[in-house]
Design a binder for this molecule. Structure first.
Ligand code: PMP
Length: 396
């Protein structure tokens, strides 16, 4: 008989990576001296891995809303939404989100992960979910929890998606799942292609707008608004942990679907309600998203500047106006080493290896926010310039 704990010995590679001094994970932030800086090991670094795209987690109005809600309603709801934990504040947030996203209804969950996991209730063993190769782990977990068949199409490859749709069992329900703005690359989904194929093959479309709400679209409604195709999306999930600066999530869609999820989504029914502070912070953040479009514009300009500079240095970054930049490295250890070089140069980026990205496609992820000043962008650019000494890229 084997011991279930036997698998838990720290994988040799990680010990090796620690011994080399390039282990990038669980680095504790001691202080956050400004919206775009962190104190780690007593050093101030530029935060270059946060999804707080609009810089709202440190915004006084958002913080005040959280503090006031905590004073009034306490630190936790004491139970699940279904039983005794629902607050009028949750309902207010649901109504606001539905109106903001242009959907009939919305259901607030305790995280973005749990919002996507709720999609499990929509599929069963008789259904096929066809997802982009780069979809987030929580969407894959939803398919597993629902027991549906999962097929993956090559990233944004509409010919491949079409083939997979054509190969579905004639009787199978079909759900196409994609992220709006992809979390690892900053690329935007091909919603026009997806909409066309969904119509042709009778498939539903679920859009995970975790990274695009507040960032893309004229009003910040995300990738569907960016493409002018909000009607092509059947259900949209969002998280509050990125542009909205707090924690929590939501599923938005038709009234009857949301009513169904409220009773059948395990990630809704069997977990504690979102704390008042987070619900109030999300509401305040939505006010800022609506009132200050200049944050999005500033963010896009900053992204254009930095991605252009990294590309010009020879890093394989695709220049764009999206705040997420992928610096492809390939090999895990090289990725950790590049991460460490940047860290030593005062920049706290993110090392991404499998399963966060496909195996062999390790990358350093850089994300910027509206809180970054030109001086912060300069520091990120000069850290990458210094890291050229690693000779990962051809010399210019
Ligand atoms: N979807 C995507 C695309 C994500 O990147 C993430 C988290 N990084 C989530 C969902 C989960 O959101 P949360 O962390 O707010 O639970």
């Amino acid at each position: 008989m084997s011991d279930v704990f036997a698998k838990c010995r720290l994988p040799g590679t990680y010990q090796f990576v620690k011994d080399l001094g390039v282990y990038p994970y669980y680095r504790a932030i001691e202080e956050r001296p400004g919206g775009a800086e962190v104190l780690i090991d007593g050093r101030v670094l530029v935060q270059a891995g946060s999804n707080d795209y609009l810089g709202l987690s440190g915004d006084d109005r958002v913080k005040e809303a959280a503090v006031e809600a905590t004073r009034r309603l306490g630190t936790g709801g004491g139970g699940s939404r279904l039983s005794n934990g629902s607050l009028a504040l949750h309902e207010e947030l649901e109504a606001r989100l539905a109106a903001f996203l242009g959907r009939a209804a919305a259901m607030v969950t305790s995280s973005g992960y749990l919002a996507n996991l709720a999609l499990a209730a929509l599929v069963g063993p008789e259904d096929t979910v066809i997802g982009d190769r780069l979809i987030h782990a929580c969407l894959i977990d939803a398919v597993r929890l629902g027991g549906a068949r999962l097929r993956r199409y090559r990233h944004n490859d509409m010919d491949h998606l079409e083939r997979l749709l054509g190969a579905c069992d004639p009787g199978a329900g079909r759900l196409i799942v994609t992220e709006g703005m992809f979390s690892t690359s900053g690329g935007v989904c091909d919603l026009p292609g997806i909409a066309r194929l969904a119509r042709a093959h009778g498939a539903r479309v679920a859009l995970d707008s975790a990274h695009d709400v507040g960032v893309l679209g004229a009003s910040g409604r995300g990738a569907a608004e960016h493409h002018g195709l909000e009607d092509a999306v059947d259900v949209q999930t969002v998280t509050f942990s990125k542009a909205l600066g707090t924690v929590g999530g939501a599923v938005a869609g038709p009234e009857e679907i949301i009513a169904y999820l409220r009773h059948y989504a395990r990630s809704m029914v069997f977990t504690a309600a979102l704390p008042p502070a987070c619900a109030a912070a999300a509401l305040a953040a939505l006010d800022v998203v609506a009132a200050e479009p200049e944050r999005r514009h500033r963010l896009r300009a900053a992204a254009r500047r930095l991605s252009g500079e990294l590309a010009a240095m020879g890093y394989g970054v695709v220049p764009s106006d999206r705040p997420v930049m992928a610096v492809p490295v390939g090999d895990d250890l090289l990725c950790f080493r590049l991460w460490r070089e940047l860290f030593d140069e005062g920049v706290f980026a993110t090392a991404m290896v499998a399963p966060g990205v496909p195996p062999g496609q390790a990358l350093v992820r850089v994300s910027i926010t509206a809180a970054h000043t030109e001086a912060h962008l300069d520091r990120i650019a000069s850290a990458f310039a210094a890291a050229r000494r690693m000779r990962l890229i051809p010399e210019t």
